[in-house]
Design a protein around this ligand. Structure first.
Ligand SMILES: [Mg+2]
Length: 292
């Protein structure tokens, strides 16, 4: 994995910095749009001065470094517009790049992680050696592929269970070697060790992906922050009371319903009496994260 900045990471960084910058104000889209137009104008002004120099015309000058700064501002303000409009800029940027390639009959495509290298040369060599080519192996076009898929895996939840099961299976075997129940010199040790590591990595990345793809279900009307309602739970509390009722037994909050929800900005978890969650301070969003 490279350490290159992703658009997703940039967007997250702006969300975090915004909280520190002006926690009590949420700039609206017209502010953000003007800000972006302003930075675009500043970049164009630097370009004008660079062109003036290229032509040898009289007037003030600018440098490539100044252009770099202004172009960076254009990117940052575009990301801020995306945040304000509730757009995830990375998939939008990838989709737009690929649709332009498609429209113009160009072969280069972006994928979310790394550009896909063509397999052609390895494919040819493997075919010549009587092997199933790499591209077929990667696409699952092998006689064994249908035996590899577990019949219990039908959706993302069952896939998550399957990954967790495989991880547990190999990790338990590995622990038996580590504890000395089995001899690390036997020929299966390396195999078990590698599988435990691979399934651990798949499970960790799958959990991370699951956490970030959840579409917000509610928006706090005043703050504009978005949340995923995880469910309605029951409060368990021996001593907590509802002081708005009175001091007797009926004021216990034990077993009262609470809404449990997660912030999409920082994954923090929150709980609130159900009646407060539903009293209008949150608005319900549709599947796409927009207001219903
Ligand atoms: Mg600027």
């Amino acid at each position: 994995m490279s350490n290159a900045l992703t658009l997703h990471a940039l967007q997250q960084a702006h969300i975090e910095r915004q909280k520190e910058w002006c926690p009590d104000q949420v700039p609206d889209l017209s502010f953000r749009g003007n800000e972006m137009a302003g930075e675009t104008g500043e970049a164009c002004n630097v370009i004008k001065k660079l062109e003036r120099e290229r032509h040898g015309w009289r007037g003030s000058r600018a440098t490539k470094e100044q252009l770099a700064e202004e172009l960076a501002d254009v990117i940052h303000t575009a990301v801020l517009c995306a945040i304000t409009a509730g757009i995830d800029i990375e998939p939008a940027t990838i989709a737009k790049f690929n649709s332009t390639s498609e429209k113009n009959g160009l072969s280069f495509r972006l994928s979310a992680l790394e550009p896909i290298e063509p397999e052609t040369s390895l494919d040819e060599r493997m075919k010549a050696a009587g092997m199933i080519p790499l591209s077929d192996l990667l696409a699952g076009k092998t006689p064994l592929a249908r035996w590899m898929a577990h019949t219990g895996v039908r959706d993302m939840d069952s896939f998550e269970e399957w990954v967790a099961m495989k991880h547990r299976e190999f990790l338990r075997m590995r622990v038996e070697y580590e504890l000395g129940d089995k001899d690390q010199k036997d020929e299966l040790y390396e195999w078990v060790f590698a599988h435990a590591a691979v399934f651990g990595e798949v499970a960790a990345n799958f959990r991370q992906a699951q956490a970030s793809v959840q579409t917000p279900t509610h928006r706090h009307v005043k703050r504009g922050t978005k949340y995923v309602l995880l469910g309605i739970g029951k409060m368990q509390a021996e001593h907590w009371r509802d002081i708005s009722v009175d001091e007797d037994e009926t004021a216990l909050v034990d077993l009262r319903e609470v809404a449990i929800y997660r912030s999409v900005d920082d994954d923090s978890l929150w709980a609130r009496p159900r009646e407060e969650f539903e009293d209008g301070r949150f608005e319900v969003l549709s599947q796409q994260g927009e207001q219903k």
